[in-house]
Design a protein around this ligand. Sequence first.
Ligand code: UDX
Ligand code: UDX
Length: 469
Amino acid sequence: MAFKKTIIMKIKNICCIGAGYVGGPTMSVIALKNPQIIVTVVDINKDRIDAWNGPLDSLPVFEPGLSEVVKETRGKNLFFSTDIDSAIKKAEMIFISVNTPTKTYGEGIGFASDLTYLEQSARHIGRVANTDKIIVEKSTLPVRTAEKIKEVLEAESRDNKFEVLSNPEFLAEGTAIDDLLNADRVLIGGDETESGKKAVETLVSIYNSWLPKERILTTNVWSSELSKLAANAMLAQRISSINSLSALCEKTGASIDELSKAIGMDSRIGPKFLKASVGFGGSCFQKDILNLVYLCKYYGLEEVAEYWHQVVKINDYQKQRFAKNIIEGLNGTVNKKKISILGWAFKKDTNDSRESASIYITHQLLEEGAYVHIYDPMVKKDQILSDIKYLWESTEVSSKLQKQYLKNIFYHKNHFSAIEQSYAVSILTEWDEFKKYDWEKLKKSMIKPIKIFDGRNILEIQDAIYIGK
Ligand code: UDX
Ligand code: UDX
């Protein structure tokens, strides 16, 4: 779609439903770069909103650079509130940034996205809106969801008009602010009708206040929705590809880091996203690929579905392989042994732990009778327990076993106590501080023989056991 001189709508107020990892940082940057627009972020979770309005050093989302942006904008043109109705009424443009997890029930269980929250938000907007609105899908969604949102909005509303745009988020946690400020591209999908084009151009103008037009791509709605799933699938596929080769390296004596460097220097391949690891985590990759698999199956494309499903299967294999290596490295048993886990977040520089490999590895070690001692610089005890309980509930672990396992989980506020007297240390997040520890001293506090399993290949110490080496 070429840029045409379409008259844009004047936006004075933006509302965003969902004050999470995406909604919070994205709206903060939009407010920073559009001081003439009042941006109100709303959420049904009062604690979360209170935290957004609370001290800058304990915002609900930890992201480098975020607190500075919030400091600059909060109370001026950025507001966090639980008054969803007023924010909807006031806004000419509403972003929906609620979570869309993988379904845990019914048709498409384990694959399809659960659109309950999205539909609730759309119904809410339809019900209370008293003027025409532009609705922007920020949440990652299955293809053709915009159509369904429009249907719901119009069913609920009496006589207001809604344009639904798809504007998927490509930011990665830990670098969200930089990704927003210097986005490679922003993607906006809209209807090819006159009013659709007007809505698209209106959103373009908001991003254009800090990004050049060449980086703002406009497409039809379905290309935009599918691009998000495809981008995440392609990124995750690189990690599963390199992780599958790490298993082969361990058998053959080749080194995965050397391999990554050698293949990444081919400019057609490129160096990014080739770091072997204990397995990818995060709220997006697994969910979006499973969603893509579901979509392919729905359209009868079994082979295509199987191709992408394999990316998730290799990721599960990598996590299992890592836990198995720990157990085998400790003479086949971790029963009643203290094992330390360094890192719970799914990557460094975030307090998010959704789908983190640490959850699965901890569970496998608990199943084998280990005492698991956990330290993470950012993730709090309650979050760790809630992550592991969520896994148990979704895999139907009996309450008797859950009780037994809980007694064997220990949370530490510092790395030293997590490590001393342990039989093995496993590094599961690539936090910079782990590299700076005095490992010689730490090793002296451990049970011999020393076993350090580096699931991120970040240490440079002699007797550590690395992925793919
Ligand atoms: C986002 C997107 O929504 C998701 O689809 C994408 O794939 C990843 O990023 P994220 O911001 O990371 O999710 O989710 P989360 O941190 O869970 O935030 C969602 C927020 O929406 C929560 O604070 C939740 O309370 C809120 N919410 C949910 C509502 O305000 N209303 C609802 O009906 C449901
Ligand atoms: C991802 C996409 O990158 C982003 O564009 C999209 O909007 C949301 O999903 P995110 O999940 O926040 O972002 O983080 P990302 O940096 O992609 O990392 C995902 C996982 O892959 C992490 O667990 C990370 O440690 C792992 N990873 C990443 C590797 O194991 N090796 C790599 O080379 C890169």
